[in-house]
Ligand binder design. Sequence first.
Ligand code: GLP
Length: 254
Amino acid sequence: MKNPPEHERTVGSINVIVCADAQSASQKAAELMSNAIRSRPKIVLGLATGGTPVEMYRQLAKMHEHDGLDFSNVTSFNLDEYIGLSADHPQSYRMFMQQKLFDHINIKSENTHVPDGLAADPQQHAKEFEALIVKAGGIDVQLLGVGQNGHIAFNEPGSTADSRARVIELTPATIQSNARFFASADEVPKTAITLGIGTILEAKRIVLLAIGSNKATAIHRALEGKPDISHPASLLQNHDDVTFIVDESAASLL
Ligand code: GLP
């Protein structure tokens, strides 16, 4: 089946691909990621969690199964993890990655990195995690989602453009919007380990995927607002190779 048409434009320095719907945006993102993997088999990927990339990961797993997309030389680093959740907690980001992607592809488990939510010294762990990224040669392609308040990874509003990997306190808005994955908002951890905006901006290429009308304001401010720490995604305007892949609903205020 052919995908409905998409259109592409540049907003400031950012390349924006607007797809007709959620499915074709996910497909587009999966194509972009798979092309990057095929052209550089030893690629270092920066990966994101949340509801948004689930379908994209499903597509990548399908490409592995049916088209031989090979992850055997790929290395991955995830953006963030909740503090206090073990790797096998159903809502940990490590578990998410296993279930949505890693268990369905041939990536080597030792090449997958997700911050450890149970690290004895989370601040130190964050620093070491960042050092591992540098040791791996840096991120080639960083995938991002965006929070309704403009957060990227768990860099909440107020995070500076030069922020590094660290422990962060989640805002009530983020706790509320992530409560849908937990039994109640009370169960959502209040703190997390996140890569910084400075860390993210060091990636060679950044791809942000946003789907749905509840992301329209965040996308509008990220692309058409002045870069400002009150809206972390707007700081991506400071990078010279950023692509936003959005569906019509997320693009509706542009
Ligand atoms: C979480 C993650 C972010 C993600 C955001 C949006 O807070 N830390 O990396 O981009 O949620 O998630 P969703 O895709 O579920 O809207």
